[in-house]
Write a protein that binds this ligand. Structure first.
Ligand SMILES: [Zn+2]
Length: 304
């Protein structure tokens, strides 16, 4: 209520509104109990993300003369202190290594398309097998019905055998459906990952603090501070991409493509072994909302 008095003060005796429409709307939302985004004044990108190497405690952020510092507050510790700038610099150096050249991006895309085609033909084979098994069960069901009509079994035995076959059919159906959705999920993850890898550097530079935090949490697995330096570890698949660098830069074309092909295989296995029962939609939505979709078709056209 006090807030309302404050705002009405602002308007008192003034004919033109002195607060902007957007600020007015935000205030309005607050009064209506709508959850609006916090302002960035006290938002710390790396809050609760960085541990002190010597004592293992989390560094605590603070603002000092317009700069943000993360400090270890443990007594008798060497008290690591990091400037936010230092962390950003280190991160950007890491993210830079993730950026793919056009050739690399295109090559990995093509590997993904190839793999997709492989999977489509595998799925086709699986579908044929499934139909055969289904026919076989139908056949057995009708033979079973004939035998029942001919008085080979009593009703109870007939129903028991019939149910067993129906359960079997159901199990085959489920196996087939899972097989398909898992394969699709793996490639969906890979494609989203590729988009993220390729844009994380630019995204990080341009993102708002909230988005930067989200990006950091997605891409990094471990942050530690040692004195005034920061050690960053990336999540496994990103680490794999960083490792390619030493092989591909300046290598002859065949060697480079061999390295990339094996990178694709490693990544593919990684995504295949992830728990695909959990949907990665959130991750994919996040990635696609943060990255400008490269038009692959245009890219292909311009390269021919
Ligand atoms: Zn410490």
């Amino acid at each position: 209520m006090i807030k309302i008095e404050k705002t009405s003060e602002v308007f008192a005796g003034i004919h033109k509104p002195i607060i902007s429409k957007s600020l007015f709307d935000k205030v309005h939302d607050v009064f209506n109990g709508k959850n609006i985004k916090k302002q960035n004044r006290h938002f710390f990108v790396f809050r609760r993300l960085i541990r002190c190497q010597s004592c293992g405690n989390l560094l605590i952020p603070e603002r000092q003369k317009g700069l943000i510092y993360y400090r270890c507050h443990t007594r008798n510790c060497q008290r690591s202190t990091l400037k936010e700038e230092t962390i950003d610099k280190e991160l950007l150096q890491n993210f830079k290594k993730l950026q793919l050249t056009d050739e690399e991006y295109l090559f990995l895309r093509q590997e993904s398309v190839k793999e997709n085609n492989n999977q489509l033909s595998e799925m086709e084979t699986a579908r044929k097998g499934f139909l055969l098994q289904q026919d076989h069960i139908k056949d057995r069901l009708s033979k079973l019905a004939d035998a029942y009509v001919d008085g080979v079994f009593d009703k109870e035995t007939y129903l028991e055998k019939k149910n067993a076959l129906i359960f079997e059919e159901q199990a085959i159906k489920e196996r087939f459906a899972n097989f398909n959705s898992n394969n699709q999920e793996v490639l969906k993850r890979f494609d989203a990952f590729l988009e993220l890898v390729n844009s994380v550097y630019l995204c990080y530079e341009q993102a708002k603090p909230e988005d930067r935090r989200h990006l950091v949490k997605t891409v990094t697995s471990n942050f530690t501070a040692e004195g005034k330096t920061v050690l960053v570890k990336l999540e496994t698949p990103f680490e794999m991409v960083v490792e390619r660098q030493s092989f591909t830069s300046g290598s002859p074309y065949r060697e480079a493509t061999r390295t990339l092909a094996s990178l694709f295989k490693k990544l593919f296995i990684y995504f295949k072994n992830l728990d695909t029962s959990k949907s990665s939609d959130e991750f994919i939505n996040y990635v696609t909302s943060k990255t400008e979709k490269k038009s692959i078709n245009n890219f292909l056209k311009s390269n021919h």
